[in-house]
Design a protein around this ligand. Structure first.
Ligand code: MTE
Ligand code: MO
Length: 317
């Protein structure tokens, strides 16, 4: 495949244009001519939840060391390249139709299935809410309440063959809905992958909601992955296929630029991105800069997974 290499995919936010990078939602609304009060009505509407069980009881085991990010910031400052490369694409993402939504589970499984996202979640059992930090490779961060089910439940449900070593996740492909997918230099559809051992860890979640409501489209409706110890690009949105495989998947960003966006992508302040520092991160909302933490602060849960890998390798290769 011929990929036309663009010099600046994944523009770090400090190089991005002012309006996409620094305006908060109120400023954006004001710039568009909406008053603060009037603005409330045009918030991305959280349509009737097709997926039941939201809101879900919070699991108290997952505590934060920082404030929860204001909802407006987490739902209007988003990365979803299918709808464009700016952060304020929440309006464009309204075109996505997350219900009904077919998810295919295939590859090295007992039986290939195609199932609606709401039925899949119902099969996986009760949903729960967890407060997690999220760290984008571009050095912005947030802390949000996600609703979903632990990914290990999906693994059990899928009954993978003993030889399956990886999970490969794929986002929908429909350039009529997602104009970013017309940009041919990107290897659409968006793909991500993790190992089976990572999938069986307690942290990964298959997420259906945020702030106690169904996921707004721009945050990855109706179903996304959340991997809080890895750079945010691994947390793939709007999943349409989950494949169990013995071959390591090549993820979307890895396929574009493996030296900048590796397969493992574990958050690590000791290794800078080739084009910017990873030592600190900027919190959405307050704008405060805080130190980056190894594994985004989740070393206790995940460090064992990488015990025999040199640190640099567990970031890139
Ligand atoms: N399909 C898809 N998933 C995606 C992305 C994307 O562009 N497309 N962006 C990733 C990146 S870079 C980040 S930081 C997170 C952002 O999630 P949020 O917008 O809900 O904060 O989604 C990830 N998942
Ligand atoms: Mo990101």
């Amino acid at each position: 495949m011929l990929i036309q290499k663009k010099p600046s995919w994944f523009i770090p936010e400090n190089e991005a244009t002012a309006e996409s990078a620094y305006l908060n939602r109120r400023q954006i609304l004001a710039a568009m001519g909406f008053g603060i009060a009037g603005g409330m009505g045009i918030l991305p509407s959280l349509a009737e939840a097709a997926i039941s069980g939201i809101p879900a009881p919070r699991n108290p085991a997952y505590q934060l060391d920082r404030d929860i990010t204001p909802e407006d910031d987490a739902t209007t400052y988003t990365n979803f390249y299918e709808f464009g490369s700016s952060k304020n694409i929440w309006r464009k993402a309204k075109r996505l139709k997350p219900d009904p939504w077919q998810v295919t589970i295939d590859g090295m499984v007992e039986e290939k299935i195609k199932i609606d996202a709401s039925d899949l979640i119902a099969q996986l059992g009760d949903q729960e809410e967890r407060l997690y930090r999220h760290r984008c490779v571009e050095a912005w961060a947030m802390a949000v309440p996600w609703t979903g089910v632990p990914l290990e439940k999906l693994v059990k449900f899928a009954k993978p063959a003993a030889g399956a070593k990886y999970l490969r996740f794929e986002t929908f492909l429909d350039p009529d809905i997602a104009p970013g997918q017309r940009q041919r230099w990107y290897p659409w559809p968006y793909v991500e992958g993790i190992t089976m051992a990572e999938a069986r860890n307690e942290l990964p979640m298959l997420v259906t909601g945020i702030y106690g409501k169904a996921l707004p489209n721009q945050n990855g409706a109706p179903l996304r992955l959340v991997l809080p110890w890895k750079y945010g690009f691994k947390s793939i949105k709007s999943i349409s296929r989950i494949t169990f495989t013995d071959e390591r998947p090549v993820s979307f960003w890895e396929g574009l630029q493996a030296k900048e966006y590796g397969f493992w992508a574990n958050v690590n302040p000791a290794f800078d991105h080739p084009r910017w520092s990873q030592k600190t991160e900027r919190l959405l909302g307050s704008g405060d800069r805080v130190p980056t933490q190894l594994y985004n602060g989740y070393a206790e849960q995940v460090a064992d997974l990488y015990a025999d890998m040199p640190q640099e390798r567990n970031l890139f290769f």
